[in-house]
Design a protein around this ligand. Structure first.
Ligand SMILES: Nc1ccccc1C(=O)C[C@H](N)C(=O)O
Ligand SMILES: [Zn+2]
Ligand SMILES: [Zn+2]
Length: 206
C-alpha cells in the first residue's frame, strides 16, 4: 500500500503564523568549497507548516516535544469531512463511529490557499475534547493553522485538548483525502526543548 503525503512543503514561500519566523534553508558549505559535499542549515518557527504542538507551547510547565511518547504519533485515524464549519462541536461528530480508531483528522477545507495565511479558518469547540477522550481518541488533527482562532489569548481548544491528553496536529493537507479510516504516521523531531515540531505526516489505506 502506498503512503499518501498529507504534509505542507517547507520553503521560503511557506506562510508562517503572522509575524513569526519563516522557513529558510541555505547552503553553509558548498561543494565548490569543500570539494566533497553540500551542507545546509535551516531555520524557522516550530509551528510552521504541518506540525505537532507540545503542551509547553501553551503551558510553561507543560511537556516538551521530546517528552511526548513516540507511539502516540502513529495509529488508526478516521478522516472526517465538514465543509468550512465556523466551530466544530461535539454534535457534528456524534454519529461518527470511533470504536476502531485512536486519532481523528478534520478536513474543513478552510485553508485552501497554502501560499498565504488564511484570513479565517474553522476552529475546535472546547466541548469536543471530553467527548473524544471518552471515545478513546488520543490525537486530533486539523487542516488549519491552529485549533483556536488567530486572535485567541486564552486558547480554550488547546487547553481542553491538553486536559484530556489529546495531542494536536496542525496544518494537515487533506484536500485529496476521502472520508474513511487510514493508518497515520506523523513523527515530530526529537528536539529536547521545543514547543512544537514540523512533521512529515502520511496516511495509507488499511
Ligand atoms: N507561531 C505563533 C506565534 C504566536 C502565536 C501563535 C503561534 C502559532 O503558531 C499558533 C499555533 N500554530 C498553534 O499551535 O495554535
Ligand atoms: Zn501549533
Ligand atoms: Zn496549536
Amino acid at each position: 500500500m502506498k503512503w499518501m503525503d498529507i504534509s505542507m512543503k517547507l520553503d521560503a514561500e511557506t506562510p508562517p503564523w503572522p509575524g513569526d519566523e519563516p522557513f529558510t534553508y541555505e547552503v553553509t558549505y558548498a561543494m565548490e568549497d569543500t570539494g566533497s559535499v553540500n551542507v545546509g542549515q535551516f531555520k524557522g518557527s516550530c509551528h510552521i507548516g504541518t506540525h505537532v504542538d507540545a503542551p509547553f507551547h501553551y503551558d510553561s510547565s507543560g511537556a516538551r516535544i521530546a517528552d511526548l511518547p513516540v507511539e502516540r504519533f502513529s495509529g488508526k485515524a478516521v478522516v472526517v469531512h465538514l465543509d468550512r464549519p465556523e466551530v466544530i462541536h461535539k454534535e457534528q461528530v456524534m454519529d461518527i463511529d470511533l470504536t476502531e480508531v485512536d486519532k481523528i483528522l478534520f478536513r474543513t477545507n478552510s485553508w485552501p490557499d497554502r501560499s498565504a495565511f488564511p484570513a479565517s479558518y474553522s476552529v475546535i469547540g472546547s466541548d469536543l475534547a471530553a467527548y473524544l477522550a471518552e471515545q478513546g481518541i488520543d490525537l486530533i488533527g486539523v487542516d488549519t493553522p491552529s485549533v483556536d482562532p488567530e486572535t485567541s489569548k486564552d486558547l480554550p481548544a488547546h487547553h481542553s485538548l491538553c486536559a484530556h491528553d489529546l495531542l494536536i496536529l496542525e496544518g494537515l493537507v487533506l484536500e485529496n483525502i476521502q472520508p474513511g479510516i487510514y493508518e497515520l504516521m506523523a513523527f515530530p523531531l526529537k528536539m529536547t526543548q521545543a514547543d512544537g515540531s514540523p512533521v512529515r505526516a502520511v496516511l495509507r489505506n488499511l
